[in-house]
Ligand binder design. Sequence first.
Ligand code: FES
Length: 98
Amino acid sequence: MARVFFQTDNVTHEVEDGTPLIDFCDEVGVSLSFGCTEGTCGVCEVTVVEGRENVSRITEEEKDYLLPEDLEGGMRLGCQVKIRKGNVTLNWKKVKTK
Ligand code: FES
């Protein structure tokens, strides 16, 4: 099992190793949003604060969309990320809603 700490919402959730992030965000009820789900809109930008080694490799879509310095800083497109193992801490900017 892997453990994901959603820092922005102060929520922790355990998932099977290899689970795509997008598969359980709704269920957990965190505020991370998704749009296209294909790595082209950027709505799901998220920073892997801890446990970068515990998430899936950076995809070609992420290399196309994100700046190299953002990738270097741990930013990912949430729709492209799978949780591989261990502990992962994620942080993102909350989208303001009315
Ligand atoms: S949902 Fe569009 S890039 Fe992830």
